[in-house]
Write a protein that binds this ligand. Structure first.
Ligand code: P6P
Length: 335
């Protein structure tokens, strides 16, 4: 029977062999993984843990916060603030950045996260997840400000998510491909279950919220309409549709079997580029997808090239199988 490789052993061997996981980053990733284990425990308790339903509060996005949103956020803050690997954190659930308290040593990394994405699915027992992105603190900046976070996604040094579904699976990249680790609850550790994850360049499966169709711009309507025409239409093949309304779950499916995920601009909110957040949803997911051989654009440009103007900036997202993403992008740009 093949020996189980734990996340710790994987990171130690990557650090030794590849040399691009400095000790502080390895510690950061292990701490985030441990926090995800705690979140998984809380999520799995559901009604038994008194953690379902809404808290009496809203987040910076103006969304009603679920109790588990707040629990997950607190777990990640408390797990990461004392280790000396971080200078500051940013979260979908917090208006401004969180500076590591002065009583703890400052590290060289910035951690951004959506502590519990897909929270509308919590109360109906559908997969949800934690998404995280790691940047380096700019050299020389004495203190840390929000400006230090405003780096393009191409600057990430690590990115990943943990999906709380039938399995609890951590998916991670440090720039050398994508690896998946499944939580072994008997051992309490994440075990390597897949390396060199690869997304097929072609697919017959798209993921989009079809109820918004009348609000999309023309290139998106054209792409989806051609998919719906099936083999009789210009694509010459039938398509299937999936929409879990939990980005982590939809992206996990695409990393596992291919597909294209779209959350496009919507004319009901013309001044918003999209619904999803650039820094702690689109950027980490886009890097994972690119590291697995896929592509990710906002319909016109590579998401990882977008320089953020603000921490909670939104973006349109088209990601997954490269040939499909390229097609959607070409319909927008005419190239
Ligand atoms: P809709 C979850 O709230 C989320 O941010 C993503 O995880 C998901 O892909 C999307 O919104 C679902 O949006 O409009 O279909 O509910």
């Amino acid at each position: 029977m093949a020996q189980k490789i734990s996340l710790t052993r994987y990171l130690v061997e990557q650090q030794r062999e590849e040399g691009h996981i400095p000790s502080q980053l390895r510690l950061l990733l292990e701490v985030v993984a441990r926090a995800c284990k705690s979140i998984s425990q809380a999520v799995n308790k559901g009604a038994l843990g008194g953690v379902l339903g809404s808290a009496d509060s809203e987040n910076v996005q103006g969304e009603v916060q679920k109790k588990l949103d707040i629990i997950a956020n607190e777990v990640l803050i408390e797990a990461n603030e004392w280790g000396g690997h971080l200078a500051a954190m940013a979260s979908e659930e917090m208006d401004s950045i969180y500076l590591v308290p002065n009583r703890y040593p400052q590290g060289e990394y910035l951690l951004l996260f959506d502590p519990l994405d897909g929270s509308s699915n919590i109360d109906v027992n559908v997969s949800i997840g934690t998404i995280f992105s790691v940047l380096k603190k700019p050299e020389g900046s004495p203190g840390v400000t929000e400006q230090d976070f405003l780096q393009a996604g191409a600057q990430q040094v690590a990115a990943g998510y943990c999906v709380y579904g039938p399995q609890t699976t951590l998916v991670l990249t440090v720039g050398d491909g994508v690896s998946m680790f499944t939580l072994d609850r008997e051992q309490g550790s994440f075990v390597l279950t897949q390396e060199n994850v690869t997304i097929p360049a072609d697919t017959k499966e798209f993921a989009i919220n079809m109820s918004n169709m009348r609000h999309w711009d023309e290139p998106v309507k054209r792409y989806i309409d051609e998919c719906l025409q099936g083999k009789e239409g210009p694509r010459g093949k039938d398509f299937n549709m999936r929409w879990i309304a939990s980005m982590v779950a939809d992206v996990h499916r695409i990393l596992t079997r291919g597909g294209v995920f779209m959350y496009p601009w919507d004319k009901r909110e013309p001044n918003k580029p999209g619904k999803l957040r650039l820094m702690y949803e689109a950027n980490p997911m886009s890097w994972l997808v690119e590291q697995a051989g896929g592509a990710a654009t906002n319909g016109r440009q590579r998401i990882l090239d977008i320089v953020p103007g603000q921490l909670h900036e939104r973006v349109s997202v088209v990601l997954g199988s490269k040939n499909e993403v390229d097609r959607v992008t070409s319909y927008h740009t005419g190239v």
